[in-house]
Design a protein. Structure first.
Length: 97
């Protein structure tokens, strides 16, 4: 799993220095989000729950996350206010409150 997480982190633009040499509390909000998402995406879970996964992410990282979500043929429950992410959701059931 560590290799998959490292590869995903690199795709998010993080260096190994960011991952191994820096305490999470010293990373920016976006960098922390990328580390967490890298770990979650590396897991082989059948279903993932994500709460506001695009908060603090730059446009390129959001695009990478969406691509990973589209490729992964497993269940997702995503809570978001990101209208662009909602528009990209293919085959999704969308609830609005």
């Amino acid at each position: 799993m560590e290799d998959r997480a490292l590869e995903t982190a690199r795709q998010f633009g993080l260096s190994e220095e960011n991952i191994y040499s820096t305490a999470l509390c010293d990373l920016s909000g976006g960098e922390r989000k990328k580390v967490y998402l890298s770990l979650v995406l590396a897991m082989e879970n059948k279903f993932l729950f994500l709460d506001e996964p695009t908060n603090s992410l730059d446009a390129q990282s959001v695009e990478m996350l969406v691509e990973r979500m589209e490729k992964r043929k497993k269940g997702w429950l995503v809570i978001t206010h990101d209208t662009k992410l909602i528009q990209r959701a293919s085959g999704a059931t969308i609830y609005s409150l």
